[in-house]
Design a protein around this ligand. Structure first.
Ligand SMILES: Nc1ncnc2c1ncn2[C@@H]1O[C@H](COP(=O)(O)OP(=O)(O)OP(=O)(O)O)[C@@H](O)[C@H]1O
Length: 342
């Protein structure tokens, strides 16, 4: 099944928040919606979920219209499950009661009791909650609570799972483990996952495609590799992971670095960057040496990150980020050269 968003617009009062969003989310696709605070990510998710009727536009799952100018299918009749940042658990209900809850809806009235029981047991088991099934949320850790809300979202085997910053309330290590659990859920269920985040590393790590949004419009839609290696705008280049933007002039497919006698090749740099006389260089594309043909720079900061050392360097009036292998040690104040490798 594919989810179609056609000409979605949303205004709150006279303020436009989403401006003509058009998108087809493919069967079993993991789509991350990434963008800065206030760009409209949650609003788009609420429209898909049925919490909000768009000002105009159509949402449909294959041939079934969920919202358009005359239709607004209620949340409980949409084929989806949801997971929120806040977990949204009720203190008076046990883990098992939470997981059973979606099966009580009218939509699941046709399921025989044994099927419901088996589905709940399976979801509890899949999320590693067997030993905790009779506990209340107040007796669970943050990670366990989020596993309950994941079990509740998948129990009725929906075609779409909506996730709104599901990991942002968890600590760093737990986040990394839960990423894997969410990927496992995706593989097991084959559901479309629409995952809202402002954490670019989560989006790059997990998604099949990333939708980068800004000011209510789509800035770029592509695979993590496409977004990382071929950002289509200055915003995408710098918002999705670290990126150095060099100034200079484009002559055909050659980029002449301003103030330096170096020419860099066109590796598929997008037109909006070329028009601004920019060349994006990821931190690992610069190599630091003491001599050789490279941009003259000075080390200003060094941070140890295990396998890598992250350097800040000044180059003329610019400050660049460079990631080097751990053995390559330089010290703040040293004069170095930055050698670019495409
Ligand atoms: N019910 C509402 N009434 C008025 N304005 C709203 C309403 N809901 C959202 N907005 C505004 O719409 C804009 C987009 O909000 P939205 O929550 O979609 O952003 P977001 O990208 O999810 O941000 P964040 O990452 O901070 O959650 C914001 O400026 C917000 O203040």
């Amino acid at each position: 099944m594919s989810l179609h968003l056609e000409h979605i617009k949303q205004k709150f009062g006279s303020t436009p928040v989403l401006n003509d969003i058009n998108l087809v989310i493919r069967p079993s696709e993991f789509l991350a919606i990434l963008g800065p605070s206030g760009c409209g990510k949650t609003t788009l998710l609420r429209i898909i979920g049925g919490f909000l009727k768009p000002t105009s536009g159509t949402v449909r799952l294959d041939g079934t219209v969920y919202s358009d100018s005359s239709v607004m299918v209620p949340i409980e009749n949409r084929d989806l499950g949801m997971v929120f940042q806040s977990f949204a658990l009720w203190p008076h209900m046990t883990v098992r009661e939470h997981v059973e809850f979606p099966l009580k809806s009218r939509k699941k009235a046709g399921w025989p009791a044994e099927k419901k029981e088996a589905a709940a047991a399976q979801a509890i088991h899949d999320m590693g909650l067997d030993a905790l099934a009779d506990r209340y949320p107040g007796e669970l850790s943050g990670g366990q609570r989020q596993r309950v809300s994941l079990a509740r979202a998948i129990v009725s085997k929906p075609s779409i799972l909506l996730m709104d910053e599901p990991l942002s309330a968890l600590d760093a290590e737990l986040k990394i483990n839960m990423r894997k659990e969410i990927q496992d859920i995706h593989r097991r269920t084959g559901a479309i996952i629409i995952y809202v985040t402002h954490d670019q590393s989560e989006a790059l790590a997990m998604a099949d495609r990333i939708l980068v949004m800004r000011y209510g419009v789509i800035e770029q839609l592509g695979t993590p590799e496409e977004i990382y290696t071929h950002p289509e705008s200055e915003f995408v280049a710098t918002f999705v992971s670290k990126c150095n933007l060099l100034h200079g002039t484009w002559q055909g497919s050659d980029f002449h670095v301003a103030g330096h006698p170096f020419v860099y090749p066109d590796t598929g740099i997008a037109c909006p960057l070329k028009e601004k006389g920019l060349y994006p260089v990821r931190p690992e594309q610069f190599h630091i040496t003491y001599d050789g043909p490279g941009l003259e720079a000075t080390i200003t900061n060094r941070q140890f990150h295990g396998r890598e050392i992250h350097y800040a360097v000044t180059c003329g009036k610019e400050e660049f980020q460079v990631f080097a292998r751990s053995g390559e040690v330089f010290f703040p104040g040293e004069s170095v050269r930055l050698v670019f490798t495409a």
